[in-house]
Design a protein around this ligand. Structure first.
Ligand SMILES: [Fe+2]
Ligand SMILES: [Fe+2]
Length: 468
């Protein structure tokens, strides 16, 4: 469903990034309201381009200028001004998602109003949590609002940390990173003479002046500690900061079992579904686009080599296709029960037998069948240890499959499941274009957009981080 956005602070850097994403996905986002403090000129341009219903500015003079400019452009956006107008824009029933990117205390009232109105809030404003953490979080919980941190550090923690784990004491420490700002290497005695302009020359990011100064003084990190405390419900004693000048890692989560998760990568645009690290998919993605643009190199090579092995051994085309698709869910989706997920992913597009075979290959891998020359994989003894026993449900699936009429189709997948595959063999996925054409019904609208019962799973592979 199309999201209707109120963008609090549309002329700042977060606001501009957000509009960049909106412009690329007009089918997924519609702008309801844009707000800016004083930068009326930029706001006018944005209104002309995105045609919001409402625009809010700081004072009456700016409102009059913006209105005149918009009417001259034939733009019907309603312009209002002042704190109450911001609150109205953030809580209006016509919007469902609020991007809170107003810097400073002015952002508090409208962001709180959005929480009370049960909106989905993408929070880039620190003050809402710093000034009124408990009130704000309570408003989110009491009104079923959804809070997603956009800030790179907190978004990183959010991605590493399942809420259930946090609530059940699974976190040992949250470690935020700090670049150290422009004065990290300055001789302390010279700090009393620094100028605001020097403070704003951040080594890694181009940001607004307030946040740049907060970053130079490290005050920003102090605010982020307070934010992390409320967002993730961990005590202050469990939050640490490390100086990391290159800003590659955004944050770490240290778990009680000794695991350490880190999130590295691009900025807030990532949060809105567009991960610039991933190549762009075509509008109507076909099966091979997932092979070429989404699957990990490991899965892709493994699938192609298994399929080629089946082909070379002269197996039927349906087996070749089953081999080509058998670990498809590992490529970009999930790990647990990959056979079940994979079978479901392909079910609308292949024969019942192929999907069945993909489902059951997962269990059959663990059980030898001398009659076809399939032994327990040596690799499994190494991975899982000599004592490893598959779970009861896996054993049960094996029992079911063994007496099934399609047993051999699933069994042949395991036979072509090349565990020690050759890393030096490059296979062009196009080699399988014809066989895919005969056995995989590509939907005309593209995988993910054909409204099939599994379209959402393909979309998850296209946009792995779209939390909106
Ligand atoms: Fe598999
Ligand atoms: Fe496999």
């Amino acid at each position: 469903m199309q999201k209707r956005l109120t963008l609090l602070g549309s002329t700042g850097s977060i606001g501009e990034s957000t509009l960049d994403v909106v412009a690329r996905h007009p089918d997924r986002f519609k702008v309801y309201a844009l707000t800016a403090h004083r930068n009326g000129g930029k706001l006018v341009d944005q209104c002309v381009r995105f045609q919001p219903e409402v625009a809010v500015v700081g004072d009456a003079d700016t409102a009059a200028q913006v209105t005149a400019a918009l009417r001259a452009e034939g733009c019907k956006t309603e312009v209002s001004y002042g704190p109450q107008a911001l609150v109205d824009a953030a809580s209006n029933a016509s919007c469902d998602t609020v991007v809170a990117a107003i810097v400073g205390a002015a952002g508090l009232a409208p962001t709180l109003a959005a929480a009370r109105a049960g909106k989905r809030i993408l929070l880039a404003n620190k003050e809402a949590l710093v000034m009124s953490g408990k009130i704000f979080i309570d408003a989110v919980h009491d009104n079923n609002a959804v809070l997603l941190p956009v800030d790179s550090e907190h978004n990183a923690v959010f991605q590493c940390l399942p809420r259930e784990v946090a609530l059940h004491g699974g976190v040992s420490k949250i470690i935020l990173t700090a670049s150290g700002g422009p004065f990290r290497t300055r001789e302390p005695s010279t700090l009393r003479r620094v100028t605001p302009d020097e403070a704003c020359k951040h080594p890694n990011w181009a940001m607004g002046r307030k946040i740049s100064v907060d970053s130079a003084t490290m005050m920003n990190k102090g605010l982020e500690i307070i934010e992390a405390h409320f967002l993730f419900e961990v005590p202050y004693s469990s939050i640490r900061v490390v100086i990391h000048p290159r800003s590659i890692v955004h944050s770490f989560v240290d778990f009680v079992d000794g695991a350490l998760m880190a999130q590295l990568g691009p900025d807030c645009v990532f949060m809105m579904g567009d991960n610039p690290v991933l190549p762009t998919m075509p509008e109507k993605p076909q099966l091979l686009d997932f092979f070429n643009l989404r699957f990990t190199a490991f899965t892709r090579d493994h699938l192609l080599q298994s399929a080629r092995l089946a082909l070379k051994s002269g197996m039927e085309e349906k087996i070749v296709v089953a081999c080509l698709l058998h670990d498809i869910a590992n490529g970009a989706l999930i790990r647990t029960d990959h056979g079940y997920w994979g079978a479901q992913l392909i079910e609308p597009y292949v024969s019942e037998e192929i999907s069945w075979a993909v489902r059951y290959h997962q269990a059959l891998r663990f059980f030898p069948d001398e009659s076809v020359g399939y032994g327990y994989p040596e690799a499994y003894r190494e991975f899982f240890g000599p004592e490893y026993q598959p779970s009861a449900y896996v054993r049960q699936a094996y029992e079911e499959a063994r007496n099934h009429r399609w047993y051999m189709s699933a069994r042949l997948i395991t036979l072509n499941d090349a565990y020690a595959f050759d890393p030096n063999v490059a296979i062009d996925p196009e080699e399988f274009t014809d066989v895919i054409g005969r056995h995989f019904k590509q939907p005309a609208a593209g995988l993910g957009f054909d409204n099939s019962p599994v379209a959402h799973m393909w979309r998850t592979m296209i946009w792995p981080n779209n939390l909106l």
